[in-house]
Design a binder for this molecule. Structure first.
Ligand code: TXA
Ligand code: MG
Length: 309
């Protein structure tokens, strides 16, 4: 076994914190069956204790052992999309304690596909709770360098795995209450899911999830979404130093400009690194050109609306 993986698994077993790459974003991992490890995870993350975390496994068998009364739709989704960027919220078994679920009767489980995550989870052999490896409310990390910037010495070990391929967090589907509800859009789209299961609309009683908080995934610099046709006018009226995230070529009046891909998957992959870069540009304001209306942009739009809330 790769010595880095062995060391990371030992740290997890000893109750430590290991940041590791997944195909979506980097996770901050802790032994999901240890109250002490979980307490430390919440402290470092700065996350309120009643917010549940996703538990990661190397296989569907291990993941479903933390759940019960699994509906057939959940099995079908798991077989189709695992390993991959999908999280299922299911009724929990005795293995999922209150300190993982935030006291809710359900648990979020996921089998990531990133080879380093897979190796780590196999070596560890149990459930690894892993929120995104950033401080609460900040932009998720998509490289090991981002993790070190955010968490520094508060994490015991950071596994390298290159830039995350998907770039935004997993799609979350809640199947804990009868029917399937899309809680968080991601690379696996509503259309992908609807080919397989019927989706119900989200209601007020849907379980709490921090991705549902208005201001989340936010840069420190105030950010604003601007329609394409209004971008030029906004720029010509601005007196402050401004950084722009847009599809078109740079405008020379603007201090800092990042050009983004015109297709949603490429855009998602670059999004969080771009927001970090613009945040570091020392401007007073970030202007974000709004993406197109189509359903294929839903996940990107969701993250941008929150970043600009
Ligand atoms: O792509 C991802 O899902 C990444 C990587 C590391 O796997 N993880 C991630 O975790 O985004 P986190 O903790 O930053 O976001 C997890 C979301 C939160 O909004 C959390 O509240 C929700 O999943 N969640 C977890 N368990 C839940 C449950 N039982 N009921 C409702 N929401 C839940
Ligand atoms: Mg997060």
């Amino acid at each position: 076994m790769n010595p880095e993986i062995r060391r990371a698994a030992e740290i997890l077993r000893a109750g430590g914190l290991v940041a590791f790459p997944t195909e979506t974003v980097y996770g901050l991992g802790a032994d999901a069956s240890s109250a002490a490890a979980m307490a430390r995870l919440y402290r470092v993350k700065g996350r309120p204790a009643d917010h549940p975390v996703i538990v990661h496994f190397d296989s569907m068998e291990r993941a479903l052992a933390w759940t019960r009364d699994v509906p057939s739709e959940a099995r079908i989704l798991a077989e189709r999309f695992w390993p991959g960027p999908l999280t299922l919220i299911l009724k929990r078994s005795d293995k999922a304690k209150d300190f993982v679920t935030g006291g809710q009767p359900s648990v979020g489980v996921r089998v990531p596909s990133h080879p380093v995550a897979q190796e780590l989870l196999r070596a560890f052999g149990g459930g690894v709770a892993a929120p995104s490896a950033n401080r609460f409310g900040r932009v998720s990390p998509t490289t090991a360098a981002h993790v070190r910037e955010d968490l520094g010495g508060d994490v015991d070990f950071v596994l390298e795995g290159g830039p995350s391929e998907v770039g935004i967090e997993s799609t979350i589907v809640d199947l804990s209450g009868g029917g399937a509800v899309l809680l968080r859009p991601g690379k696996i789209s509503k259309a992908d899911l609807q080919k397989i299961v019927e989706l119900k609309e989200k209601t007020e009683s849907s379980p709490r999830h921090s991705g549902g908080l208005e201001r989340h995934y936010s840069p420190r610099t105030p950010a604003r979404l601007v329609a394409t046709h209004a971008l030029d006018r906004e720029i010509s009226h601005l007196k402050n130093r401004v950084a722009v995230l847009a599809f078109s070529r740079p405008d020379e009046r603007v201090d800092y400009w990042l050009r983004m891909p015109r297709e949603p998957e490429g855009y998602a992959q670059k999004l969080y690194a771009a927001l970090r870069e613009l945040d570091g540009a020392g401007c007073d304001l970030i202007l974000v050109e709004a993406p197109p209306e189509g359903p294929e942009w839903a996940a990107v739009r969701d993250r941008l609306v929150r970043a600009c809330a």
